[in-house]
Design a protein. Structure first.
Length: 435
């Protein structure tokens, strides 16, 4: 009797003890998204708790010697959210605000994304709590190598395959690949993706996420009657994802009217010269100070008159505070988790179509999958082959999700979760619980 009254006062599956119920951060947003999809999972709903706790979490201390002779310690993570459909797959982020909650959420969104485009991976993510801009190149290399050694027990070409994310790039992937290879005694190109092309990287990988953002944007525009020619586009984050997406939209005849990054916000009603803006970012590190437009107050960015808004920086950017100001007809989530659940509802009520991260930015992992396959066979494809396969996968996945959204009268986010979570949980059910 005692036991049942105690269990009746608690939820059937309490939060893991390492989480604070009052401060769940991005993981809390992800949990709400899972709750929204649960009613659509049918008999697979009995497995849904699988999605609500990561499979494996590793927190590591990453000590390095700085150039001035002192020792600095950084906090590093690798989280494998779900491995039901294959090895873990997901990027590594170097950012001063990285937290466990963030890495957990990002790893879970990778599980969903990989299943949404049907690549044979589970979901994982990693990060180091560091502002890499404060490190010299030598310090950054030592940090990357030590982190790779610390998580070495968890990663591997058939276990978990990291890739670039915010503030990490081909050079970091090259150091990760080399460190893992040195530790295991054999060159292992397939341990990470997003490598330089000369080291087993894939053509088209750098632009892949932005190309995927553009591809689903074009598909959604066709379905909703929005003309890309002349469409006004605002982009937050002009790095790998936002910069490429902005360029592809401009090449297709759209005009990029506003851009915001960590150095400021700029506006030009006639549209920026995007190649010149990309060159400025390459030379100076940000859009701030670009002469081809006017300075905009950061808070004014969200209210800019535009047709398409592409958040391509960090999570939690579109919130209940600024969602009401958004004038775009379509939001394409290049970033992971840029929209909070409250903001999602506000946008939905306003009739703004949101193309969610879990499908919109899946182009990167799709070409990472191609890279991994090419590494295994040591046979490399042409850029045209890669782009054509990427576009086909993105178009087919998006069409399927669109149909599920129409059939169930749900948002594209919930539709993507329905498709993906069913695939993950079906795999779990078929594999069964071991032992
Ligand atoms: N690179 C990929 O293949 C990939 C794949 C899927 C999703 N993503 C997601 O896309 C987003 C961007 O990643 P990326 O690879 O382009 O990173 P990046 O480092 O190349 O660019 C990040 C951009 O965000 C901007 N930014 C940072 N802090 C900001 C702030 N406070 N306000 C405004 N802008 C800010 C930076 O100035 C920069 O322009 C992330 O959410 C990442 O998880 C990336």
């Amino acid at each position: 009797m005692q036991a049942s009254s105690t269990s009746a006062s608690k939820p059937a599956h309490a939060l893991p003890s390492y989480l604070n119920a009052h401060d769940l951060g991005p993981w809390g947003n992800y949990l709400q998204q899972v709750d929204r999809v649960t009613p659509y999972l049918g008999s697979l709903a009995r497995w849904v708790e699988t999605l609500k706790r990561p499979k494996r979490i590793l927190i590591v201390d990453v000590p390095i010697e700085l150039d001035n002779g002192t020792i600095a310690h950084f906090e590093g993570y690798r989280v494998q959210h779900n491995l039901s459909r294959g090895p873990g797959k997901g990027g590594v982020r170097f950012h001063q605000d990285v937290t466990l909650s963030e890495v957990m959420a990002l790893s879970a969104w990778m599980s969903v994304k990989n299943a949404a485009v049907n690549v044979p991976y589970g979901g994982a993510k990693g990060g180091i709590r560091v502002d890499p801009k404060t490190l010299t190149r030598g310090e950054l290399e030592r940090l990357t190598r030590r982190y790779t050694s610390e998580i070495g027990m968890m990663i591997g070409p058939s276990k978990d395959i990291p890739a670039p994310d915010v503030n990490t790039n081909g050079q970091i992937m090259a150091w990760m690949m080399d460190t893992y290879s040195m530790n295991t005694g054999a060159t292992s190109t397939g341990v990470v993706t997003g490598k330089p092309v000369d080291l087993g990287g894939s053509l088209g990988r750098v632009e892949a996420t932005g190309r995927g953002v553009f591809t689903v944007g074009v598909e959604a525009a066709k379905l909703t009657g929005l003309a890309i020619q002349g469409a006004r586009v605002a982009v937050q984050g002009f790095g790998n994802v936002g910069g490429t997406a902005g360029k592809l939209f401009a090449d297709a005849g759209a005009i990029v009217v506003a851009v915001q990054d960590h150095t400021g916000s700029i506006y030009n009603a006639k549209g920026f010269d995007v190649p010149a803006l990309l060159e400025h970012v390459g030379n100076t590190g940000g859009v701030g100070g670009f002469k081809g437009g006017d300075k905009l107050k950061n808070e004014e960015f969200w209210g800019v008159d535009c047709d398409i808004l592409i958040p391509a920086a960090l999570e939690g950017q579109i919130t209940a505070k600024n969602a009401g100001k958004i004038k775009a007809k379509m939001v394409i989530e290049g970033a992971n988790g840029p929209t909070t659940p409250e903001a999602d509802d506000i946008l939905n009520d306003k009739g703004v179509l949101v193309l969610p991260d879990v499908i919109a930015n899946a182009g990167g992992v799709t070409v990472s999958y191609f890279e991994w396959v090419q590494d295994f066979s040591s046979f490399f494809w042409t850029e045209d082959e890669i782009n054509a396969r990427l576009v086909r996968i993105m178009q087919e996945a998006f069409a399927g999700i669109w149909q599920v959204a129409q059939e169930n009268k749900v948002s594209l986010r919930t539709a993507t979760f329905i498709v993906a979570c069913k695939r993950i949980l079906h795999a779990r059910e078929m594999r069964g619980l071991y032992p």
